[in-house]
Design a protein around this ligand. Structure first.
Ligand code: CA
Length: 234
């Protein structure tokens, strides 16, 4: 038996469990399934799955409380599988330490891409002072020199703009909430709000993108935050 990545599906809707299990098994994942928060915590601690797909609406525990309970002792990637009308819950889940979310009803390709990204970036950590270079599509970031290039052309960014791009590169493929970005870049000064972040993002896109209205690098997750598209997965 091959050493397949293990996905823990935490979901109380049997139809969705069946759908997820079918998709995941067909794509070479081993699936564990539980339908309550209590079972989820027990299974993560006993089976150490490689990734967790977490429904926020479970019968016994609130999704946010489950994430809060997991994070002190496990860094397992958690992908929230959430209904579309629960934007606020998604943001809360991400700020509590979930890695990503997929909206119901989800597309198979989208879900599989999110899982691959979560697995690829497991244990890459979140170094405060990254070194060397990283590439994503045509974009290269030189962490030592604090410079950014598209192909071989240097893109001139302000300090704040650079920090935002660096942050999204360090979390390649993952959605970052507005609050997370603001806290990381400005240190949670209450004078900085989403509007200032949006202005910076508009400037970044003007400099970085061929067509700022249709960004290929940092995309908007409406009502939630921003995501650097992982071009390795394209
Ligand atoms: Ca549910």
């Amino acid at each position: 038996m091959k050493n397949l990545p293990v996905v823990l599906v935490v979901e109380d809707d049997k139809a969705i469990v069946h759908l997820l299990t079918t998709i995941l098994t067909a794509n070479n994942y081993r699936v564990l399934e539980v339908s309550t928060g209590r079972e989820a915590l027990a299974t993560i601690s006993s089976h150490c799955p490689d990734v967790v797909l977490l429904d926020l609406g479970l019968p016994d525990m609130d999704g946010a409380d489950i994430i809060k309970s997991i994070r002190p002792w496990s860094q397992v990637p958690i992908i929230v599988v959430s209904a579309r009308n629960r934007e606020k819950e998604k943001v809360e889940a991400l700020d509590l330490g979930a890695d990503d979310y997929v909206t119901k009803p989800f597309g198979t390709a989208e879900l599989l891409a999110r899982i691959r990204i979560a697995l690829r970036h497991t244990n890459t950590g979140n170094p405060d002072t990254p070194t060397g270079k990283a590439q994503n599509g045509r974009l290269t970031i030189d962490y030592d020199k604090r410079r950014i290039y598209i192909d071989d052309t240097e893109i001139h960014l302000t300090q704040v703009e650079y920090k935002i791009v660096m942050l999204t590169m360090l979390h390649l493929g993952k959605v970052l909430t507005y609050d997370f970005i603001i806290r990381s870049v400005w240190g949670a000064r209450p004078t900085v709000n989403n509007q200032i972040l949006r202005v910076n993002m508009a400037n970044i896109r003007r400099k970085l993108e061929d067509n700022p209205a249709d960004p290929q690098y940092i995309i908007t997750e409406t009502g939630v935050g921003y995501r650097m598209v992982d071009h390795l997965d394209a």
